[in-house]
Design a protein around this ligand. Structure first.
Ligand code: ZN
Length: 236
């Protein structure tokens, strides 16, 4: 095989590994962000329930005050009822008493219903808070694991990048420029095997003379179509 091909293949192997590592690193920040988002959503749902319970409690306290006022009125009506002089006045007062009693009963029912709902929400909030704690612990572990993997891969990438500089410096400057251009356009298939008499990169047929030269491995041959560097499999 032509020595320049061997040198470029060394660079290309590194580029393949670099590309793989970069692809593996890419989704990791998103995975961490997703963990955070899940916790935020859980905390948001808990806050919504707690706010709901607080709003119910505030409304219930208003109703309790209302009920107290109505109870005071009822006591007054009952006193007045005892002091009336005519059946008509008694009837009118009786009406007020009954109305107040009905209001108080309705308020009482509303208050009890609210308390039940507040209790239910309170239990739900507690349950979800405990659940959130578990998720926080689990997410923290997962995040740590992801960050460890990220650190290892970045370190590996750093090492490969340094090796790549050394390997690329070994190339003839002209070949290097062409290789870099091909890498940018085709990815790490800048140096490719021939497949039969065709370019393994673009699939274009090579003229017979060129395919023979590739097999001989004495000259550095590029594909007529895509300009990739070509080599023959099994030649060294
Ligand atoms: Zn080609």
């Amino acid at each position: 095989m032509h020595p320049a091909i061997l040198q470029m293949l060394a660079v290309q192997d590194l580029d393949k590994n670099i590309q793989t590592l970069q692809a593996e690193l890419k989704p990791l920040p998103g995975q961490i962000a997703a963990l955070h988002k899940d916790l935020e959503q859980r905390a948001g749902a808990i806050k919504k329930l707690a706010d709901q319970a607080a709003a119910l409690a505030a409304k219930r306290r208003e109703r309790e005050l209302e009920m107290k006022t109505r109870e005071q009125q009822l006591a007054k009506f009952r006193n007045q009822q005892a002091a009336v002089k005519t059946p008509k006045e008694f009837e009118a007062m009786n009406h007020e008493v009954e109305k107040a009693e009905a209001d108080i009963s309705a308020l009482e029912e509303e208050i009890l219903k609210s308390m039940d709902e507040e209790d239910r929400l309170g239990v739900e909030v507690h349950k979800r808070q405990a659940d959130l704690k578990l998720h926080e612990t689990k997410a923290a572990e997962q995040e740590q694991r992801i960050r460890e993997i990220e650190g290892e891969k970045k370190q590996l990438l750093h090492g490969l990048s340094e090796d790549r500089i050394v390997a690329a410096n070994r190339l003839d400057p002209d070949h290097r420029d062409t290789y870099e251009w091909l890498l940018k356009n085709h990815g790490p298939t800048a140096v490719t095997r021939i497949s039969g008499d065709a370019c393994g990169g673009c699939g274009g047929m090579l003229i017979a003379d060129l395919a023979v030269k590739v097999r001989l491995g004495k000259d550095l041959i590029q594909c007529d179509h895509c300009t990739r560097f070509l080599y023959a499999p099994g030649k060294d």
